[in-house]
Design a binder for this molecule. Structure first.
Ligand code: GTP
Length: 256
């Protein structure tokens, strides 16, 4: 078979999805949803947890940073606060990431997807050397897509929406990987993207006007994006998510 990314005749390779998002956007709930969806569909996949501070994952990870690094010990040993502890744990894990890749590559021909959950504080992954090492080494090995999860109900204000889009934009330019925007929690708000845009246009404050102008400036950025709306809680839109991942992975095949 061809790669999950779609090149006929090529050796089959999984598509890696690095799941990023602001704290509380629903990364863990999404991982849980994708886990049960792929399990039911009998599609082979690997789950990797990169959050050393998570207490309980509602999904069983095949590879878990917590099996290698004890975040509480790291905090004690280096006299660090919680965020420094998470960052240092991720740095320590990144030095061993080639071993993780080795495990994934050994099973690459059997897998459709490799899903990676990242620390709750997004900047620990996006603005650290270890985040760059992990995403670059993944991308050198297999089609890799950055999945940026947006807390849609919190984007009802134009300013919050634009902050999120600017953040997504910075991730796109930093990682240079295909980016899939996932508007999560559509069960509570926004089943209709047009209604969402209308809500944005109703924002009349100074910051709202600024945000609208910035939105226009970001047109080129939007053109290069794939987006999908879903509810990690109810599962609505998950099939669209996988279609969108394949489209983004095809973009990887064209670029890399
Ligand atoms: P961190 O643990 O800070 O990294 O958060 P996270 O991004 O992993 O978010 P998490 O999955 O813990 O979800 C945050 C909150 O949003 C929880 O209360 C979830 O139940 C809720 N939530 C997640 N997805 C959905 C959704 O699709 N719909 C609704 N209504 N709530 C959701």
């Amino acid at each position: 078979p061809s790669s999950a990314g779609g090149q006929a005749g090529a050796t089959r390779r999984p598509v890696a999805c690095i799941v990023l998002g602001m704290a509380g956007s629903g990364k863990t709930t999404l991982m849980q949803r994708l886990n049960s969806h792929l399990h039911e569909a009998k599609r082979p996949y690997y789950l990797i947890n990169l959050d050393p501070a998570v207490l309980d994952t509602p999904f069983g990870a095949n590879i878990d940073i917590r099996d290698t690094v004890n975040y509480k010990e790291v905090m004690k040993q280096y006299s660090l606060g919680p965020n420094g502890g998470i960052l240092t744990s991720l740095n320590l894990f990144a030095t061993k990431f080639h071993e993780v890749l080795g495990l994934v590559e050994a099973r690459a021909e059997e897998l459709d997807f490799v899903l990676l959950d990242t620390p709750g504080q997004i900047e620990i992954f996006t603005w650290s050397a270890s985040g760059a090492i992990i995403s670059e080494s993944l991308a050198a090995s297999m089609p890799t897509v950055v999945v940026y999860v947006v807390d849609t109900p919190r984007c009802s204000s134009a300013v919050t929406f634009m902050s999120n889009m600017l953040y997504a934009c910075s991730i796109l330019y930093k990682t240079k990987l295909p980016l899939l925007l996932v508007f999560n929690k559509t069960d509570t708000w926004m089943s209709d993207l047009d209604a969402f845009r209308d809500a944005l246009q109703e924002e009349k404050s100074y910051m709202g006007t600024l945000a609208t102008s910035m939105a226009l400036m970001l047109e080129e950025f939007y053109a290069g994006l794939t987006s999908v709306g879903l509810s990690a809680r109810t599962g609505e839109g998950v099939d669209d998510f996988f279609d969108a991942v394949q489209r983004a992975a095809a973009e990887y095949d064209e670029t890399y």
